[in-house]
Design a protein around this ligand. Structure first.
Ligand SMILES: [Fe+2]
Length: 415
């Protein structure tokens, strides 16, 4: 059976029980919390904790008679130490539910904390897929950046310093009880963060839409998080790409454009829904070691890799890239498929450039002497490399790194 077309006609999604989207919807939070908790733990970061929006949300929840404990020290690329500190500080407190508000690591912290607090476990026990033994505390996710999709994904990415690497805790039991997505919360998101998370969302849509289709067996459906591009993830990927066709550039031009912020956040949610079962692929596998070496934002890393990964994957995905060209409004379907596909790739690059995301790896500070290391590490991320539509080899990755370092986009791989 082919592993590049969806011969089973399969569709599979995992998602929160409740998703609430729209400007001002954060005001529903007290009612949602009240249904499930009298004692709430909130995870956030130092910046978010001082914003008027955060203070107002906490006051409104407390006004419902709910006891609120706050951990406001979540750091980017969620260090395992943050989880240990939360358990140390709140392990003996009665907690009914966990609310994560902020960027991806604040939400991932809420998802992991809800599991380790409930099971009285150490997060290391759950590194990998489907290792969490059962449901944890209910989680409410409230994203404040338009990018990661962490509000709907059932994976948390943790940086384990002792092991020198990022690891995933992936289980359907990490799925949030409710995601409350309020675009007004992104209005104060700083331009650099908006660009990085926007590049991340765009990368999620491109990777999930062009992913390998896997035709999983029933056993694989029960044991693997990422089961390939499918008819349901495609719906989200198409919709998200359509939303980002103009909104990312509009946000970059005018950060207070609420409609554009709204479209970007809806796209990021769509992207999260798509990657939650389709997964991400080469750009994400290769970014992780680059991020560790250069300490550059995840979104800028995947964005900088995307032009070269798209070109590498093109021979396996001409039709999909051609459809992307039509969705992005740069092809009308009368051109030859390959030309439509080229236009899609160039348009994605144009959007990345317009929002201020780097389009090469030199700008990230990657040193060519580290290409071998990066390629070896990327090849170890089999959970992601297995999603790439074209087979990845170490040599292929080094080729992508070299082209990316040289900013060489003068080539098209022929189908
Ligand atoms: Fe990502």
């Amino acid at each position: 059976m082919s592993t590049n077309t969806n011969e089973l006609g399969l569709g599979i999604l995992r998602q929160p029980r409740l998703v609430l989207f729209g400007p001002g919807q954060r005001h529903q939070l007290p009612h949602i919390v009240k249904d499930i908790a009298t004692s709430l733990l909130v995870t956030t970061d130092a910046r978010m904790a001082t914003t008027p929006e955060f203070i107002e949300i906490i006051a409104a929840i407390e006004a419902e008679g709910i006891t609120v404990s706050i951990y406001a020290e979540a750091e980017p690329d969620l260090p395992r130490e943050n989880i240990l500190t939360v358990v140390e500080r709140f392990g003996d407190t009665r907690i009914d539910a966990v609310l994560g508000i902020g960027g991806g690591s604040c939400l991932d912290l809420a998802k992991v904390t809800a599991i380790v607090l409930h099971h009285k476990a150490e997060v290391r026990d759950y590194y990998g897929e489907f290792l969490v033994p059962g449901p944890g505390l209910p989680v409410i996710t409230v994203p404040t950046t338009g990018g990661t999709g962490a509000e709907v994904t059932c994976i948390a990415v943790v940086f384990d310093k002792d092991r020198g690497m990022k690891v995933g805790v992936a289980s359907p039991y990490l799925e949030a009880y409710a995601a409350v997505i309020d675009p007004e919360l992104t209005l104060s998101c700083p331009p650099g963060l908006t660009a990085a998370t926007g590049a991340d969302a765009l990368s999620h849509l491109v990777e999930s839409f062009t992913d390998r289709a896997k035709n999983p067996t029933p056993d694989e459906l029960k044991s693997r998080l990422y089961v390939g591009k499918n008819v349901l993830t495609d719906i989200y990927a198409r919709n998200g790409l359509g939303l980002l066709a103009s909104s990312l550039e509009a946000v970059a031009a005018n950060p207070s454009d609420l409609q554009a912020r709204s479209d970007t956040m809806l796209a990021a949610y769509n992207a999260g829904m798509a990657i939650n079962t389709a997964g991400t692929a080469a750009a994400h596998a290769i970014q992780s070691p680059i991020g560790n070496l250069t300490h550059t934002p995840h979104g800028f890393g995947v964005g900088a890799l995307l032009p070269y990964v798209m070109r590498f994957n093109l021979p396996e995905r001409v039709e999909v890239f051609a459809e992307m060209g039509r969705i992005l409004g740069v092809a009308d379907g009368t051109e030859p498929q390959l030309e439509q596909a080229h236009r899609a790739i160039e348009r994605v690059e144009e959007i990345l450039a317009a929002i201020g995301a780097p389009l090469n790896l030199r700008e990230l500070g990657l040193d060519p002497k580290d290409f071998e290391y990066v390629a070896d590490q990327a090849m170890l991320a089999t959970r992601l490399t297995a999603n790439n539509p074209r087979e990845l080899t170490k040599e292929a990755i080094i080729g992508i790194l070299q082209k990316g370092y040289d900013a060489d986009r003068s080539w098209w791989e022929l189908p």
